[in-house]
Design a protein. Structure first.
Lengths: 339, 330
């Protein structure tokens, strides 16, 4: 069992492979795409062409090549998502981990701020802020998304930091006289990394979705092309009533695929952080396999009692071994969301 | 009791923070919304000094009062239910426009959220129960649903069901040609349900994945607890273990996490309403943004926040009632 445990985080599960392929493919498309497609703002093409060789995704009502727009939009959307994700996760780390580690009044105050920010609906707030800013660069939009997107991650990181601070090795470091910033950076932070990565991916996805919503309402970055602005132009350009599906379907599919890829990677991380998710289905699968092979050998009568007590044995197994990762259990985090 | 007091305290502070945000955002950000809106209002018609004062307080404009005096006046104004007048539909008070739009959104988003929640919890419980089987292979596809932007799903639905197949109407909350206004007849209710079907389906499709996944993962964790093993060892029927032992306990975190998810649903629905031209609060807010109708925009933001807080508070009360642990440790 111990040997098995060590190996699992390194093996590439199907989910991880699919996720990395999806995310990697779209990032590659964003990097390479704009080089190989035509100028996304050249209106020399005939308008509203359906997909055909040369214009693989057709053209818009202004004669822009949709594929070129999609590639340029990928660049814009991913850039906003990444910048906003970084801002959000930096804020979440600062507020969540410092609060969770320090406890006392600092924690009370920081978690109150997190709680308030968490329940104030984000998108309306973004809309209000964005509508007062006449000029919005890509960076400003990313900043708006970043400062509204951190509290969810902060809640998760805080509860994990709280559970890490009472671990023996952290207490040992404190007794050894290490200073607090050092303990947080060297002892606590590395153990938060898987969770941090998952939260970062989540924040990026949230930002991309938020940007799409803002841009769709015409509150996105001025002058940039993103998937959201494409959808906005498609709606206002009458793509729906004119049946130009090649114009509004691809941006949404790209957002969905990218989000799907990020979530799949998150799944894989989740299964490393929370072994129950991985071990329990595997255990029932083993039981079922054993039962089936037992039935083959011993016949029906013998198989029945074996089936009755079989689920019990492996069910105990996965959480009985005092796995240190068990504290990453989502139960605990979700329960603390409201605390 | 202490639990409820704490929660009430929290929501009071949050309410104060939200209203203060509403006060400070227009003052901190660049631009001069007051001048823009006054110019628009003067073009639209005569405005009383009282209305001008209200808008000045909401949007913040240079005057000789200190910011704290303005803040106090702003609160006094709010308590009188005064949110200014709309430019887009001059001279209707903002409160009246919001009052007309709010029931549509509450009905649509409320119903759709409940359907989505029940569906997600049910399917998630089943998926967790069938862990380690072919169902596991279907789970990742729910994340695809989760990452779909609401308004894009709405666009696709309109394109397929309204434009191409002509099964459903493209715009509106009821048949505006058949009825002069909302009325209490069966025909009208039927029309409302017919118009709300696609918007509700959009919300359910886009939000069910989150509930399903969370519930499934909780179910998997719960099923490996000792008391489940004990229940099975006692020889209880699987159905009883599933409902009374596993599903009930696994649903708790989903209920607790309801609040956080509600924010997403509300946010998604706002933009979605615009796509369906649904006469709710989201469309009102977006119309306000499009026309630089700042007073209306601030008002809708305030009401959306209030509605979300009220829903969360209700959930907290229910949750505290269901799960005694929160009352004791809360």
């Amino acid at each position: 069992m111990a040997e098995r445990r060590k190996r699992i985080p390194l093996t590439w599960s199907g989910k991880l492979v699919a996720g990395v392929v999806l995310v990697g493919g779209i990032i590659l498309f964003a990097i390479v795409g704009p080089w190989v497609t035509q100028d996304p703002r050249s209106s020399d093409n005939p308008a509203m062409l359906p997909p055909e060789p040369g214009h693989w995704l057709g053209t818009t009502s202004l004669g822009y090549d949709t594929l070129a727009q999609l590639a340029e939009g990928a660049r814009g959307s991913l850039l906003v998502g990444l910048i906003a994700g970084f801002i959000a996760i930096a804020l979440a780390l600062l507020i969540g981990v410092v609060g969770g580690y320090l406890r006392g009044w600092t924690d009370e105050f920081l978690s109150l701020v997190t709680g308030i920010w968490l329940v104030i609906p984000g998108l309306p707030l973004m809309i209000v802020i964005a509508s007062y800013l006449e000029v919005r660069s890509l960076w400003v939009v990313a900043l708006i998304l970043g400062i509204t997107g951190w509290p969810g991650a902060a809640v998760v990181l805080r509860s994990q930091a709280r559970s890490l601070r009472v671990r023996d090795y952290v207490s040992a470091a404190r007794v050894a006289g290490e200073r607090t910033p050092r303990i947080i950076l060297v002892e606590v932070l590395p153990n938060l990394l898987p969770l941090l990565a998952a939260q970062f991916l989540g924040a990026v996805l949230l930002a991309i979705l938020g940007e799409a919503g803002l841009s769709y309402l015409g509150l996105g970055p001025n002058g940039s092309i993103t998937w959201g602005t494409m959808l906005n132009e498609a709606y206002t350009g009458g793509a729906l009533t004119r049946g130009a599906w090649w114009w509004f379907v691809p941006p949404g599919v790209m957002i969905a695929l990218f989000g799907c890829g990020l979530s799949l990677i998150n799944f894989a991380i989740d299964e490393v952080v929370n072994p129950k998710l991985r071990l329990a289905p595997a255990a029932t699968k083993r039981v079922r396999k054993a039962r089936r092979s037992g039935r083959d050998k011993l016949g029906r009568q013998e198989a029945a009692p074996a089936a009755a007590d079989a689920p019990a044995a492996p069910g105990v197994d996965p959480h009985d071994d005092g796995d240190p990762h068990d504290d990453g259990d989502p139960t605990e985090q979700k329960e603390k969301v409201d605390a | 009791m202490k639990f409820y007091l704490r929660r009430i305290g929290f929501y009071a502070v949050t309410l104060w923070a939200a209203i203060s945000l509403n006060f400070f955002i227009p003052r901190l950000l660049p631009g001069d919304p007051f001048t823009i809106i006054m110019a628009k209002l003067q073009r639209a018609g005569d405005i009383s000094p009282q209305v001008e004062n209200t808008i000045r307080l909401m949007l913040g404009a240079a005057e000789d009062k200190s910011i704290w005096e303005q803040y106090a006046d702003y609160w006094a104004n709010l308590f009188q239910g005064n949110l200014g007048v709309s430019v887009t539909q001059f001279p209707t008070p903002v409160t009246e426009l919001i009052g007309d739009a709010l029931p549509w959104t509450l009905g649509l988003v409320g119903t759709a959220t409940v359907i989505s929640f029940v569906l997600g919890i049910g399917l998630g419980a089943l998926a967790g129960w069938k862990r380690g089987s072919w169902v596991d292979g279907l789970i990742p596809s729910t994340t695809m649903l989760q990452s779909l932007p609401y308004f894009w799903v709405a666009l696709i639905f309109i394109f397929v069901f309204s434009v191409t197949l002509r099964w459903f109407p493209i715009i509106g909350g009821y048949d505006v040609f058949g009825f002069n206004g909302p009325e209490w007849t069966w025909a009208f209710v039927g029309s409302v349900i017919y118009h709300a079907f696609l918007p509700a389906l959009t919300i359910v499709i886009s939000s069910v994945g989150g509930w399903l996944l969370g519930m499934r993962n909780m179910m998997v964790s719960t099923l490996s607890e000792d008391y489940i093993t004990t229940a099975e060892a006692k020889g209880l029927r699987p159905r009883r273990v599933f409902t009374t032992y596993a599903a009930r306990n696994a649903a708790m975190p989903s209920l607790a996490g309801f609040g956080v998810s509600l924010g997403f649903v509300v946010a998604g629905s706002l933009v979605m309403e615009q796509v369906f031209t649904y006469p709710g609060i989201g469309k009102l807010m977006i119309t306000a943004v499009r026309n630089n109708d700042y007073a209306l925009m601030q008002g809708t933001f305030l009401v959306i926040t209030l509605a979300v807080l009220a829903a969360l508070f209700l959930m907290d009360v229910i949750y505290g009632f269901i799960d005694p642990r929160t009352r004791h440790h809360g």
